[in-house]
Write a protein that binds this ligand. Structure first.
Ligand SMILES: [Zn+2]
Length: 202
């Protein structure tokens, strides 16, 4: 058994005991080492996605791989990993068309603390582990890597799906961590554009 911090009902939370999850052939079980609380967790507890009972909260985590399924190729127990907050079925039509957040239905890529237990537990389950986890390089701390799970990836995806042109002017509403990641993404694009221009001139 393991400990988990769960939504017990609308506006009710607490620590509960749960069974350690089991990995299917493509899955991994990760031992949580660091996790962040997101505003989405607060919205969920207030009932934004409807009532939930004994559902583990949290979707932003890094950890150490505990077990992998028989078909997982790129990870092994002991690897330090960051896990995406959105964990799509990458073979779904939506994901293949470039919209992984919508895999298997509207917002179907969002599973943690929505349609399955989240990451605020001793261990959590990751579907399609080869595609939904990334190794953390030795020189990156868990405190740095954890911002890739949702904050950075949300901002980057907004910039990409918004198809913001190089040099385009945008308004960012609510300049929190996600907004700052979006702004950084555009800055990096512009910097790359300038260096390519210099290379062309040389
Ligand atoms: Zn989040």
């Amino acid at each position: 058994m393991m400990r988990a911090f769960a939504m017990l009902g609308i506006e009710r939370t607490g620590f509960i005991e749960k069974a350690v999850p089991i990995a299917g052939p493509l899955d991994a079980i990760v031992k949580t080492t660091h996790a962040l609380i997101c505003t989405s967790d607060a919205h969920t507890v207030r009932g934004a996605v409807g009532p939930r009972e004994a559902m583990t909260l949290g979707h932003e985590a890094v950890g150490v791989v505990y077990k992998v399924g028989s078909e997982v190729r790129h990870f092994k127990p002991g690897d330090r990993v960051v896990v995406g907050a959105i964990t799509p079925e990458w073979g779904s039509m939506a994901a293949q068309n470039g919209f992984p957040s919508q895999s298997s239905g509207a917002l179907g890529g969002w599973k943690f603390a929505n349609t399955k237990d989240g990451v605020f537990a001793d261990y959590f389950h990751v579907n399609e582990a080869d595609a939904n986890m990334a190794l953390i390089p030795d020189d990156v701390t868990p405190e740095q890597a954890i911002y890739c799970s949702d904050m950075m990836s949300t901002g980057f995806m907004a910039a990409e799906h918004g198809d913001i042109p190089i040099g385009g002017t945008v308004a960012i509403f609510a300049q929190g961590n996600g907004g700052r990641a979006l702004a950084r993404r555009r800055f990096d694009h512009r910097r790359r554009d300038r260096s390519e221009t210099r290379a062309t001139r040389a």
